[in-house]
Write a protein that binds this ligand. Sequence first.
Ligand SMILES: Nc1ncnc2c1ncn2[C@@H]1O[C@H](COP(=O)(O)OP(=O)(O)OP(=O)(O)O)[C@@H](O)[C@H]1O
Ligand SMILES: [Mg+2]
Length: 347
Amino acid sequence: MDKILEVKDLHISFHTFAGEVQAIRGVNFDLFKGETLAIVGESGSGKSVTTKAIMRLLPEANSDIKQGEILFEGKDLAKESNKNMQKIRGKDISMIFQDPMTSLNPTMKIGKQIMEPIIKHQKLSKSAAKERAIDILKLVGIPKPEDRFNQYPHQFSGGMRQRVVIAIALACNPKVLIADEPTTALDVTIQAQILELMKELQKKINTSIIFITHDLGVVANVADRVAVMYGGKIVETGTVDEVFYNPQHPYTWGLISSMPSLDTEEEELYAIPGTPPDLLHPPKGDAFAPRNEYAMQIDLEEQPPMFKVSDTHYAATWLLHPDAPKVEPPLAVKRRQRQFPDGKGGN
Ligand SMILES: Nc1ncnc2c1ncn2[C@@H]1O[C@H](COP(=O)(O)OP(=O)(O)OP(=O)(O)O)[C@@H](O)[C@H]1O
Ligand SMILES: [Mg+2]
């Protein structure tokens, strides 16, 4: 499969009063044409910073892409000029954020907000842009798009607003769509509808999608591949089936164990003990070691490389070293796996 995006050895720091926060510490991943890649991980693991770097939306004042490449169609976006980035953003690569209200302009009719990027990037006439805007409102499932076109964001419900945000992001047929927790601010039924919409759109428009979420349950439903982030690094990556059915990193085990269980015997929700690393003073070894009950001496001393599990499955844990003791994932992981009998998250 062809790659649309390659992130190579990306390092990003923030300069703060307390010192240098090493938020991204050597991230590598590829995005293939037409696939959905989910990035999962706890708060602060670096999901948003990684994707904002792709869009070059990090604050200029205190952020620094220290090392690495973000290759999009042969161009390194890490080094692209602001002027060129303005041409790429919203046209070739677009992004949906968590809160639909902050992504929309409350004083502008939504039709105009969808037409703006179309006129800017595709140089269509006003009437052609309007036609395209109405088509795209239909595509994202907004009833009576001709009437809705002339309404303001406050006249829409939360779920409908997020559909409008998705319409704006898709207005110019982007090659890459980044969705950063697009459903977290919505209530559960609406979340499900928006996820369903994203899945449908994926089939219809063949855009490559990076989908950021805390929720592994969502991953099984929307993604082809998963990258698990921890402490500014990707610690495991593979197809959805590989990461769910054959997880290798103890952090991935923790994430799977903390999914809500359908098992009535288990009442308490598991939470991974401890706290994420302090990226002002990143640890010498594996950042997960202090929270890892299977940690060995080497975990405290040296960062593990990405060990190959299959052509598509890699994990950065010393447990995969040939000399490491063989450890079975905890029982809670096996119980959660039974919740997905058909190998695709039970849908
Ligand atoms: N503007 C900033 N200044 C300083 N540090 C920052 C800034 N933005 C992000 N960081 C730090 O970078 C790290 C990664 O943050 P990021 O927002 O990518 O996390 P995340 O995985 O998206 O978390 P969440 O799930 O909460 O959205 C965190 O330690 C955060 O404190
Ligand atoms: Mg985030």
